[in-house]
Write a protein that binds this ligand. Structure first.
Ligand SMILES: Cc1ncc(COP(=O)(O)O)c(C=O)c1O
Length: 413
């Protein structure tokens, strides 16, 4: 049976549903669909990844030049200049002593790598019974088996049979619940606690201001590693290089992806601190972490990542994200009084407008459709509209998104 998209089996999309819109080009903060419509992209490529906006020929040119020089050579014992340079650049901007960058091709692989690093670490230090993970309800950590096992969105786990053993979730942002879980499971069985700084895909839930510091302290008291999944929050989305900076914590391992290359080329990374990394270092030269991907640190991706950091700094986009993020939060807050709106949440350049009702999904889909018909792209997700623009958005573009959403949600109230 052919699906609506022919041979293309699309991710997170109904194969039996109607034909999805086709995006053919990108230009700054806009994308263009195949019927020529220009849409203001308040989703940064749909899933908060195109942080520099679309159509940066500078990145394309640098990647093309790299491909002409060296398209690929595997990293089994070999490195290449761009991988070394990007690792240094990421380490220099990461919180604390997160100085050891392991490249992957996606956020899901970064999470998988972080989980393996955590378990591997405890084996290296002679505590191999510490294999479990504790994470949060509503957390999203990608779609690999490790990621759905620690993920807190149960719908992502249904239908795939047995998962990674020893993974439990506790209510998000409830420090007592986390403490009880660690005590109940016994910290000598737990490798790590993993969470996002701000829960993004699960509905945009910022933590209480001191929550992450409390989690850090609790992990230290219980001798459990802390993994911060910064796939969305990292690279400026919260108005700081990383969520760890925003909330004043240094995890033992951090994951990143999306903004790392602004999605111009797929890439992710798991970044470890000295404690974890140094436990693996074997002066005899054996491979201590038997893990990697064919394309870990691909030259094209590393080149894109280096250009992203160069542009971020040249255009001061972290500061811009912070300022525009404040404006976004102020403006989006005005939607909270609309009858159709249950709650508005956000932090920095990340916001959600949750709609009222027991099953608001059809209303959310209708709102998204009407907002798109008015020329603005926001994301429809279960019970909320997701808004996470590129950092190049101007205040006027933020206003247009909020005003358009306000008009549509007013009509739907
Ligand atoms: C926090 C978090 N972790 C991991 C992932 C997975 O990243 P990817 O889709 O690149 O595999 C995502 C994706 O949205 C994410 O939001």
């Amino acid at each position: 049976m052919r699906s609506a998209t022919g041979a293309l089996w699309m991710p997170f999309t109904s194969a039996g549903g109607s034909t999805p819109p086709v995006v053919v080009a990108g230009d700054g903060n806009y994308v263009v669909t195949d019927d020529g419509t220009r849409l203001l992209d308040a989703t940064a490529g749909g899933v908060a990844c195109v942080i520099l906006g679309h159509g940066r020929t500078e990145i394309a040119d640098a990647v093309a030049e790299q491909l002409r020089t060296l398209e690929y050579h595997c990293l089994f014992g070999y490195s290449h200049p761009r991988a070394r340079e990007l690792a240094e650049a990421v380490a220099a901007r990461a919180p604390g002593d997160l100085d050891h960058v392991f490249f992957t091709n996606s956020g899901s692989e970064a999470v998988e790598t972080a989980l393996k690093m955590a378990r591997g670490y405890w084996r290296r230090v002679g505590q191999g019974s510490k294999t479990g993970f504790v994470s949060l309800h509503r957390g999203y950590h990608g779609m690999n088996f490790g990621g759905i096992s620690v993920g807190g969105l149960t719908e992502n786990r249904a239908g795939f049979g047995p998962l990674l053993e020893g993974c439990t979730q506790v209510p998000a942002h409830d420090i007592g619940a986390l403490e009880r879980e660690l005590a109940y499971r016994d910290p000598s069985t737990i490798a790590a606690v993993i969470m996002e700084p701000v829960q993004a895909a699960g509905g945009v839930f910022p933590p209480p201001e001191d929550y992450l510091c409390q989690v850090r302290a609790m992990c230290d008291r219980n001798d459990v590693l802390l993994v911060l999944d910064e796939v969305v929050c990292g690279f400026g989305r919260l108005g700081h290089w990383f969520g760890g900076h925003r909330y004043g914590v240094v995890p033992d391992i951090m994951t990143t992806a999306k903004g790392l290359t602004s999605a111009y080329v797929p890439m992710g990374a798991a970044v470890a601190g000295n404690r974890v990394h140094d436990a693996f270092v074997d002066p005899q030269g054996s491979i201590e972490l038997m893990h990697g991907y064919t394309y870990s640190g691909h030259p094209a991706a590393c080149t894109a990542g280096l250009k992203v950091i160069e542009i971020m700094e040249r255009e001061e986009l972290v500061g811009h994200s912070r300022q525009t993020g404040r404006h976004l939060q102020e403006r989006i807050g005005t939607l909270a009084s609309l009858p159709a709106v249950a709650e508005v949440r956000g932090e920095g350049m990340l916001a959600a407008v949750e709609l009222r009702g027991d099953s608001p999904a059809p209303l959310v889909a209708e709102a998204q459709r009407r907002i798109q018909a008015a020329g603005v792209l926001v994301r429809a997700q279960a019970d909320h509209l997701g808004i996470y623009p590129p950092f190049t958005f101007t205040p006027a573009e933020v206003d247009r998104v909020v005003d358009t959403a306000g008009t549509v949600l007013g009509e739907l109230s």
